[in-house]
Design a protein around this ligand. Structure first.
Ligand SMILES: Nc1nc2c(c(=O)[nH]1)N(C=O)[C@@H](CNc1ccc(C(=O)N[C@@H](CCC(=O)O)C(=O)O)cc1)CN2
Ligand SMILES: Nc1ncnc2c1ncn2[C@@H]1O[C@H](COP(=O)(O)OP(=O)(O)OP(=O)(O)O)[C@@H](O)[C@H]1O
Length: 185
């Protein structure tokens, strides 16, 4: 394993320990703060077709947010299919199926009209103020993002945001990062 991969794994463990200090209620409340910053941004307000994610317990919680905005915006969620990430529509009628990672993935057709996407909202384990992002170590987003021209907006809790994190040439940079306390672009 390279030095960068080792440094990333170490940081993943550190973040995982930090997250354990918060109850799920605290993470839910912080999620609401992060999302209220997101709602203030022009890029979110102006976007209609949005790629987002269905959160795991330790990520910014998106479930209520998607429902709240689903009348005015079209949301799509990731599905892992043959080790590739694809996106499917999420409406109030969508059926979900639990993936191997424990994520609820929409059932239905894959959406491939990538040029219509206005914004992609991306989870991460850690981000830095130079716009680097580190994920869960499977490179799904790093492989997917070059297919899309839409602005990339990372969302995270403040304790996941650093001045610098380990990054290499494959890591795709964010255009915006939003936390409870910061909006970076
Ligand atoms: N909410 C959400 N959905 C997503 C992602 C994500 O990061 N968050 N993905 C972004 O890629 C894709 C799924 N990728 C995932 C990759 C790893 C793990 C995971 O739980 N990994 C374990 C460690 C597994 C291991 O032992 O290697 C972990 O992080 O604890 C989950 C999802 C698509 N959907
Ligand atoms: N675009 C790519 N194509 C092929 N392999 C890649 C690509 N990006 C990263 N990898 C490899 O995949 C492995 C995991 O990468 P890395 O730790 O950067 O993932 P990550 O940032 O956590 O993933 P993700 O973007 O899915 O959240 C590394 O071995 C890395 O070299």
């Amino acid at each position: 394993m390279s030095n960068i991969q080792q440094a990333k794994d170490k940081l993943r463990k550190e973040i995982s320990a930090l997250k354990k200090k918060f109850t799920s209620d605290e993470l839910y409340n912080r999620s609401q703060e992060v999302l209220s910053v997101l709602e203030l941004t022009g890029i979110f307000q102006e976007s209609k077709t949005i790629f987002i994610y269905n959160s795991l317990d330790d990520e910014v919680q998106t479930f209520d947010f998607i429902r709240k905005w689903s009348a005015g915006k079209d949301f799509y969620l990731p599905v892992i299919e043959k080790d590739e990430m694809v996106f499917r529509r999420c409406t109030t009628n969508t059926c979900f199926q639990q993936s191997a990672f424990g994520i609820m993935e929409p059932v239905g057709d894959n959406y491939t009209d990538y040029k219509k996407v206005d914004l992609i909202i991306i989870p991460g384990v850690a981000f830095d103020r130079k716009m680097n992002r580190m994920g869960r170590g499977k490179a799904y987003y790093d492989r997917f993002l070059p297919k899309l021209k839409a602005p990339r907006l990372g969302i995270c809790f403040e304790f996941q945001l650093f001045d610098g994190i380990p990054a290499d040439k494959n890591d795709v940079k964010m255009d915006y990062i939003v936390s409870e306390n910061e909006l970076i672009w």
